[in-house]
Design a protein around this ligand. Structure first.
Ligand code: B12
Length: 213
């Protein structure tokens, strides 16, 4: 990771909200774009935190402190994204984290990036059962369903949504499904029958655009 990100990364590791916010704002003031800060610093830092957690180098309280520090930083940074020029409305997207999964930091970044790039979003939150996702997509008259999952055991919940859409004649061709999140890959997305996969929030925007052209 670039050395200019070191202080922000350390603040997240330490669960230090105050200096995390200060360092993140300093990067913005030095001209760093918010998506860059997330993709080049915050995401890799949280992957390190997750790895430390799985090696038992840190425990749940520390993981939660890093997560709540990130949420605090996110609250301060995401409004800067909204200041970037938004284009005309491009399509409607419902987004959520799938059933059984409470991780929403990445999902919230993807949501904001799609919004500032001209899509109309309905955020269903976290731990959303497949049937509720589809009901909301119908009500919102969505074009795209965007699904996030951060844990391996959440992948079947993601596939549930795709399967319901495929197995019901009335939904055939009705919605495109974009998937993303830690355990998701292009290969998994292809096998599960998703229409697109995005590795990060910038990719999410690219693939959403591609589905409309
Ligand atoms: C923060 C965190 C938490 C926080 C979540 C806070 C929150 N509100 O989100 C807390 C502390 C609550 C938590 C809890 C748990 N966690 Co946790 N957590 C993490 C951690 C460290 C970081 C995740 C994160 O926010 N990353 C930063 C964001 C910006 O990145 P991202 O989510 O990947 O999103 C980007 C891309 O993936 C993509 N993307 C994401 N969604 C989508 C959707 C679409 C459509 C597209 C196109 C793209 C896209 O774009 C995003 C932005 O660029 C990960 C470690 C890791 N390696 O991921 C573990 C991790 C996900 N957690 C894990 C575990 C095990 C748990 C717990 C079970 C722990 C416990 N024993 O209680 C619980 C589960 C709770 C539940 N039922 O969900 C494991 C999962 C293991 C696995 N593979 O199954 C991980 C991998 C840690 C580990 N190495 O063990 N966790």
């Amino acid at each position: 990771m670039d050395s200019e990100y070191q202080s922000l990364s350390e603040a997240i590791h330490a669960g230090d909200k105050e200096s995390g916010i200060k360092e993140a704002l300093a990067l913005v003031n030095r001209g760093k774009k918010v998506p860059q800060i997330f993709i080049e610093c915050i995401e890799p830092t949280l992957v390190e935190v997750g790895d430390q957690f799985s090696r038992l180098d840190i425990f749940l309280p520390e993981l939660m402190n890093s997560a709540s520090t990130t949420k605090a930083i996110q609250e301060v940074l995401l409004p800067y994204l909204a200041d970037e020029p938004s284009q005309s409305r491009k399509g409607r997207i419902v987004i959520c984290t799938v059933s059984g999964d409470l991780h929403d930091i990445g999902k919230n970044i993807v949501k904001t990036m799609l919004e500032v790039n001209g899509f109309e979003l309905r955020d269903l939150g976290v731990d959303v059962p497949a049937a509720s996702v589809i009901k909301a997509a119908v009500e919102f008259n969505a074009d795209i369903i965007a699904l996030s999952a951060l844990m391996l055991p959440s992948l079947p919940s993601m596939k549930d949504v795709i399967d319901i859409l495929r197995e019901n004649e009335k939904y055939k061709g009705r919605f495109k499904v974009i998937v993303g999140g830690g355990p998701v890959s292009q290969d998994w997305a292809d096998k599960a029958g998703a229409n697109a996969y995005g590795d990060n929030a910038i990719e999410a925007v690219k693939v959403a655009h591609a589905l409309f052209t």
